[in-house]
Design a protein around this ligand. Sequence first.
Ligand code: SF4
Length: 199
Amino acid sequence: MPGLTPLTASTCLPAATTSWRPGSWSWSPMVKPQDYSSDQDRQRTLARILAALPAGTPILVSACLLGEPCRYDGRDNGLPAVLALADRFILCPICPEVAGGLPIPRPPAERQGRAVRTAAGEDVTAAYRLGAAKALTLARDRGIRLAILKAKSPSCGRGQVYDGTFSRRLVPGDGVTSECLEAKGIRVFTEKDLPSQGR
Ligand code: SF4
């Protein structure tokens, strides 16, 4: 039945039966000089995909978009347009940063080339990679081929991320989890690609 997996701390983690193991996903370099399609193209494409999906199809979703207060500052990014998808689909929430072992709250971090660091210079790349691997395992375990993740995040962003200078400047690129999922054939969109949201 379509619906929403209950949002508890444990639902931000893959089930205990997942097949993830260290080294099961190999890290690839970060920002690809990739030609991302236009905003309108992405919105049209996502609309087409959603219209064609059978009811009850599982979709991976950033937990913060579903109201889980898992952001670095302990807040959420709950969005009615994302929650409304639960009327037709099974939404599987994950917060890759929490799944990777980071606490709530935590210092904000940004991608800097292949690494992810906080403004104070702490290297948190390993936690981001672990979270990405767990998101991939969750998706595979549940047969998920589509993800709707939070725009601009160093984990979940797709197409644009902050440039690593903590000055709110955006550059082309993906968050660590989005990059991992896309590399393994799982289509990643953001909430900005949903109809009426805009970028
Ligand atoms: S954007 Fe992704 S990593 Fe950041 S709080 Fe939301 S779900 Fe977690």
